[in-house]
Structure formats: structure tokens, C-alpha cells
Design a protein around this ligand. Sequence first.
Ligand SMILES: *Cc1c(COP(=O)(O)O)cnc(C)c1O
Length: 357
Amino acid sequence: MIPVAKPLISQEDLDSVRDALQSGQLAQGERVAAFERRFAEMCNVREAIAVSSGTAALHIALLAHGVGPGDEVITSPFSFAATGNAVLLTGARPVFVDIDPITYNISPDAIEQAITPRTKALMPVHIYGYPAAMDRIMALAEAHGLAVIEDACQAHLATFQGKPVGGFGTGCFSLYATKNMTTGEGGMVTTDDPAIAAAARLYRSHGQRERYVHVSLGDNLRMTDFQGALGLSQLERLPALNEQRRKNAAYLTSRLQGAVGTPVVQPGYQHVFHQYTIRTRGDRDQWANTLKERGIGTGVHYPIPIHQQPFFVEQGYGASLPVAEQAAREVLSLPVHPALSEADLAKVADEVLALCK
Ligand SMILES: *Cc1c(COP(=O)(O)O)cnc(C)c1O
């Protein structure tokens, strides 16, 4: 079976985790601090704050910007449910607007139409590792005095006009097992704003300014030091791993273009292909089943847009967002990860082309 995702753990990863475990420092310590410094450097931002998951990163970033009850956060319905849940966790209301049918990212025109006096923040998602239209999104935020929180959970080191994502607004990354780099579970907040960084650090650890002095509400959303060791080691390989994903994607597109809808890469955008997602023509679920029978794992990201999830329908969501809904019926993610051999990639392309006949 060719899996749709596969974590890549190197000998260096194993060595650094073993060193961390043997050091006796298990909870957050100097390895997490070093991982944060390196992550900030690579994203070209002043500060990075390591946390326990991508969801925690989103939640903390929203809280650090003062998002809470009575506020609206405009975001994409075409994402993992955590994007919506993080907003609900603060007591604010996510406002889902439709996406662009080509990039699958939030539509700036749709954002503009949804801004109200209650809007507090914009939360674009760089879906599949492809940056959202940050020029227009930042211009809208500036014009209306809104915070920008980037869900970059799938987009480590993707760039827009040469600038890494997570550096436009406040960035939120996931380090979950299947992401482009991993600490098993984990997340990172990135920012250039020292006040946002300070608020995020406080909330991460019980609102504790110094030992046993608690100055704000907080939680325990810290990362362990052995995860920090793994993150540091993975991060050094990330540029090469992303490059391999881009090569794999270029091969798949060269084979599949014209037969199915293939991902676009527009000028100024650098894709990191967390997913390589096609538009199927025909019965998507049948395609997935046939590919599975032929030894190829696929994924559907995502079959139900967030505004149509049962829990969100219970909250009164569900209004039609036709572009996202059509995408949810048609998308299929193929293996693109760096562990694929040339033979694997050829087989993926051959089998998808066979379905188009
Ligand atoms: C993975 C992911 C998250 C959540 O990250 P976790 O680390 O699993 O909590 C949020 N948003 C998007 C777009 C994701 O892909």
C-alpha cells in the first residue's frame, strides 16, 4: 500500500530525542527554547511560541488578540474543524465565507462583504500548503482595523511574494504526525509583536509571570523538551522535504494535467504541498475505493465543510457556501510525501489516468 501520508523519522531525530530523554529535562526547557528561536528565524519573525497542538496555537493566538464573546472572526469553511472550534473556544463567533474554486483558499471578495462592526479578526487558512491571497487580506485588515490570524497548520515555510506565511499576521502552525514536519503532537505561534508573544506565553502556562505568580487566565498548553528536540531536528530537514514534495507534485501534474483538475501555483506563491489534491470527474468516493484496491491510499480533505458539520449546524450554521460545498464533493488528495519512490509516483499517476478512461 502506498500511504497518503508518512512521517519521516531520521537517525538524527532518534539521537536528539534520546539525548533529551537521557538529560532528565522532560518538560519544557532549553530544547523548546532553541526550537522556538530557530523556527522564528526560518519564518523570518521575531518570536515563536511552542505549544501542544495546532489547535492550541489557534486558540492562544485568538486570545492574545483579545478575541472573545461578542466578536466575529471571518474564516474559511474549507478546513479542518479545529479552525472553527478555536474561534468557538474563545466565545467568539466564526463567520464562514466562501472560497476561491481554483486555490481552495478564502475569497477576499467574500471577506469584504462579510465585515461588520463586530468583526474583530480575519483568519485565512493556507489550505494544502498554498498561501491565501495575503496582499488583499492584509489590505482589508488594515482598512478595517482587524487582526489577522493565519491558520498555517498545513503551510510550514510556504511563501507569498517571497515572505514566509505566519509572518503577515499572527501565524499558527501544527506539528501533528502527518504535517510537513512533526513533533508527534505540537504547535507553534509566530509573531513580530512582543505584546502578542507575551500574552501567548502567559496563556500557555497558567498565566504565570514568575513562579507561582499568576497574572492572567491560563492553561497548560506547553510542549515537552523531547518534542522540542525532535522539532529542532525535523526543522533542519524541512526545506529539503518541502522541495521533494514540490518535485513530486510537479511530476504528478505533468502526468495528470488535462485529465483531472490539478493544483495551481500562481506567480508569487510558493506551495509546500502538504496535500496534492485533485478535482475528480465522476464519483469521488468510487475513485478512492478503486485506488485503494490498487494499493494507493488517498484522503478527502475535507468531505464536509465546517459550516455543515453536525455540531455547527446545531449552532445555527449551514447557510449555503456553494463553492466550498462543491469542492467538498470533488476533491481527492493523492500521495505526495517525500518518502515516495519514483515507481510509487508513476503508479499513482498511471492508476489515476486509468480511472479517467
Ligand atoms: C492540522 C490542522 C489543524 C489542527 O492542528 P492540530 O495540531 O491537529 O491541533 C488546524 N487547522 C488546519 C488547517 C490543520 O490542517
